[in-house]
Design a protein around this ligand. Structure first.
Ligand SMILES: [Zn+2]
Length: 421
């Protein structure tokens, strides 16, 4: 069986050896001998769990920098216009580019919401990282479209039966305001019957709360609860504009909330994510980048830093979100939400590991590794990435990197010429 020995690596506050056997962290101990194993000298490196990006739209890397400095609704209209011209090659190179960026920034798994799940899963197999692929239902209240979306979901679910172990299938509804009540109920029932996660955009903007009161006489969270949609299988992206009652409801159902701070800041949706309140109520809190159309990159380390700085600033409390809590939202809490035996450097866990280069100014001096990782370094410190026991980046080099950049750029040019013709 394939073995990798990480020699003299810094983890959990000390230097030791880590033996990866197959796709599992088999042993963590000093002085491990493993004849035949591929040895990586880690005397200047640290091992951390690979990041898990809990909310993104990977193929939207193809909309990176397409429209800037615009409000959410007109921006969405513009992005939807671009997406209407997406074809198979756009999806393919968009996903390739996203996976390349995630590998370079230390992410080993992402929770995606998009279309074309088969293509996305194929790309994950090629690139060697994990993906949770959900077919995104969106009907804008059009009953004919709603019926088509139900069929498309069933079709995508059938496709997912041939997924490799790197990929998972989930159900998603775009948002309560873009999906009719029938399909909200259908998605919840389908997810429950097939034991699938349910991914949704929830309470992203203040306007959404105002419209919900007008349309349903309650908050979006209360509306979802009334449809029987909330449970511990629900992953609610944004969860930004929540009342104390909403937080109580999400906690009671054990919902996973995903904070997408850079996207929220850039579209000016808000920034007072109730992180401590959600945790105290019993909800699971995780972190995502959102798609590159709004947040421009898929950099989880950057998102962790911004999230922590914002929490401290608006709460006027430097003790808010201490480092150990912060790092858990970047990996461990996410693994729990996805039912993935990863998210921690621990014997018996999946070998999803980022090796951090500490031989640079950002980690010197190194009184506190976690502080340096979040507040001093940037994601260029990720030297090597191991996912499912396989090395997918070494010395910051990824196989086929130039080909991906060239093809994605050429594909984006063709996309823009279709839109402008
Ligand atoms: Zn999103």
């Amino acid at each position: 069986m394939n073995e990798i020995l990480l020699k003299n690596v810094y983890t959990e506050g000390r230097r030791t050896d880590i033996l990866v056997r197959g796709n599992i962290i088999a042993k963590i101990a000093d002085g491990i001998e493993a004849p035949g194993a591929e040895v990586i000298d880690c005397s200047r490196m640290a091992a951390i769990p690979g990041f898990i990006n809990m909310h993104t739209h990977a193929a939207m890397t193809m909309t990176r920098s397409a429209k800037e400095d615009m409000k959410l609704q007109p921006w969405l209209q513009y992005i939807w216009k671009i997406e209407a011209h997406f074809d198979e090659e756009t999806l393919y190179w968009g996903n390739k580019l996203a996976c390349l960026e995630m590998i370079k920034t230390g992410t080993t798994c992402f929770n995606d919401m998009y279309w074309g799940v088969r293509t996305a899963a194929r790309v994950c197999d090629e690139m060697g990282i994990r993906g949770v692929h959900s077919y995104c239902m969106l009907d804008n209240g059009d009953m004919e479209k709603a019926e088509k979306e139900r069929r498309a979901l069933l079709h995508a679910f059938e496709d997912s039966k041939s997924f490799s172990s790197l990929n998972m299938f989930a159900v998603s509804v775009h948002a309560p305001y873009t999906v009719c009540e029938d399909n909200m109920r259908f998605a919840a029932m389908f997810a429950e019957q097939n034991n699938l996660l349910l991914h949704i955009h929830l309470c992203e903007t203040e306007q959404e709360i105002i419209d919900a009161q007008r349309d349903w006489g309650c908050s979006p969270v209360e509306y979802c609860e009334s449809l029987g949609l909330l449970s511990d299988r629900v992953i609610a992206a944004h969860s930004l504009w929540l009342s104390p009652r909403d937080i109580e409801i999400m906690g009671a159902h054990g919902v996973t909330a995903v904070h997408n701070i850079n996207s929220n800041l850039k579209i000016a949706s808000g920034y007072k994510f109730p992180m401590e309140e959600l945790m105290a109520a019993g909800a699971n809190v995780t972190l995502g980048t959102d798609g590159c159309g709004s947040s421009n990159n898929l950099d989880m380390l950057e998102a962790l830093k911004t999230a922590a700085l914002l929490q401290k600033a608006w709460r006027k409390n430097p003790e808010a979100i201490p480092l150990n809590t912060l790092l858990k939202i970047g990996s461990e809490n996410a693994a729990k939400a996805l039912g993935l035996n990863a998210g921690k450097i621990e014997e018996g866990r999946l070998a999803d590991i980022a090796l951090i280069d500490m031989n640079n100014v950002w980690f010197t001096p190194n009184y506190d590794f976690e502080a340096n990782l979040v507040y001093s370094a940037n994601s260029s410190c990720v030297d090597t990435l191991i996912c499912d026991g396989r090395i997918v980046m070494r010395g910051r080099k990824v196989d086929g990197e130039q080909e991906i950049l060239d093809n994605a750029a050429a594909c984006a040019e063709r996309l823009m010429s279709r839109i402008n013709s």
